[in-house]
Design a protein around this ligand. Structure first.
Ligand code: GDP
Length: 368
């Protein structure tokens, strides 16, 4: 059809007819086929062989929110459990900027020089893959990320702390079954995640900085109490004096804390992650700790205690999500909440009504 713009009165606006679209832009492109989901047996076989891509896929499965994936993931974990446990689990925390990624990079290389394999995992309930801090992200650990014996996995994406932490806990099992005998679990030292990390590691390392005014600020007292070792980073150049001073302050502060249940007296050391100073010394401290707690039986006791903790955590988390994620419960909650806020219903009656509805109509119908 002739374009109306080609009329004489629109002189200068000639419109050429277009070029017809070629049928295929890139004849070599074929649709990528979706890989079929391996069976639990295939997952486990791959993991036990140390197949990294199978391990990654299993971790993705663990992190998935789909109920089908949940069942399969649990089967894989169960089969991996007898092959797990044979590792040193080390929690590493510190406020943003303390130098966690720089330090994990050099600590990791130091550990790997002694042989074995290292998995770096993270717990950061505030993180999402697309924004915010992404702990454990490969790009933050330049040397480790290209090391063939290192497996780095960012935090499971945002969700409830319980959910995120459980996924990391389960990932530890998979990594250990795949032969990773060193596990680092990273977290930002500002909130609740530390308690969760503490409940899944053998040794808890707190990275601190000197010269930030009151040395005990910025990190919650409870986190300091959990630490088995406090290391002051950036002890280099002009900062060495301040780092030493902070070391003395931390040491005396630790004396005020109640004795640890392990009987281990937490140590305080200075180092520089960036200039790689004092790294073997930090690691020697961690070796001493493991020797100490394996000698006095605390290592085993703590792992048993943690296993119990995770049993109850998993129950709590599943109950909570089964309840709150149910659409009918959600609607009913919104309704009762309004009545409570309008003073037309007491909090207790509202709670009882919703719970009764859940137990009578929903809980019993769940088969999974
Ligand atoms: P994160 O947020 O705890 O992971 O900290 P990063 O590892 O990203 O480090 C924050 C900043 O501190 C970066 O600019 C690092 O280069 C710097 N940094 C880390 N370790 C050291 C160190 O040992 N000495 C000095 N001077 N700077 C460091």
């Amino acid at each position: 059809m002739e374009h109306p713009e080609n009329d004489d009165k629109y002189i200068g606006l000639t419109v050429n007819s277009g070029v017809s679209q070629p049928p295929v832009v890139n004849p070599y492109m074929t649709r990528r086929k979706r890989r079929p989901m391996p069976t639990a047996g295939e997952f486990v076989e791959g993991i036990l062989k140390g197949d990294v891509s199978m391990l990654s896929r299993a971790v993705t499965l663990v992190e998935s929110v789909s109920p089908d994936h949940y069942a399969l993931a649990q089967e894989v974990i169960e089969k991996c459990l007898p092959h797990s446990g044979n590792s040193r689990r080390i929690g590493i925390t510190g406020v943003p900027g303390a130098g966690k990624s720089t330090s994990i990079d050099v600590f990791g290389l130091h550990v790997l020089k002694q042989g074995g394999k290292l998995a770096v995992l993270a717990i950061d309930p505030s993180s999402e893959r697309t924004k915010g801090s992404i702990l454990g992200d490969k790009t933050r650990m330049e040397k480790l990320s290209i090391h063939p014996s290192a497996f780095i996995r960012p935090s499971p994406s945002a969700g409830s702390l319980g959910g995120v932490a459980r996924k990391t806990r389960e990932t530890i099992v998979l990594c250990e079954a795949a032969g990773y005998n060193n596990i680092f679990v990273e977290t930002v030292g500002v909130g609740q995640s530390e308690t969760a990390v503490h409940s899944m590691v053998d040794f808890f390392l707190l990275i601190q900085l000197a010269g930030t005014g009151d040395e005990l600020q910025g990190i919650k007292r409870g986190i300091m109490e959990m630490a088995d070792g406090i290391v002051i980073n950036k002890a280099d150049g002009d900062n060495i004096g301040r780092a030493k001073l902070a070391q003395a302050q931390f040491k005396s502060a630790l004396h005020l804390f109640p004795p640890t249940t392990s009987g281990w007296m937490p140590e305080v050391l200075c180092y520089s992650g960036y200039y790689e100073l004092g790294i073997p010394e930090v690691w020697a401290m961690i070796d001493r700790y493991f020797e100490f707690v394996k000698g006095n039986g605390y290592f085993e006791r703590k792992r048993h205690e943690q296993a119990r903790y995770w049993m109850y955590e998993t129950i709590n988390e599943r109950l909570r999500s089964a309840f709150y994620d149910n659409p009918q419960v959600e609607t009913m909650l919104a309704d009762r909440e309004r009545l409570v806020l309008d003073n037309r219903l007491s909090s207790f009656i509202a709670a009882r009504e919703v719970l009764n509805f859940y137990f009578d109509n929903i809980a019993g119908n769940r088969t999974k």
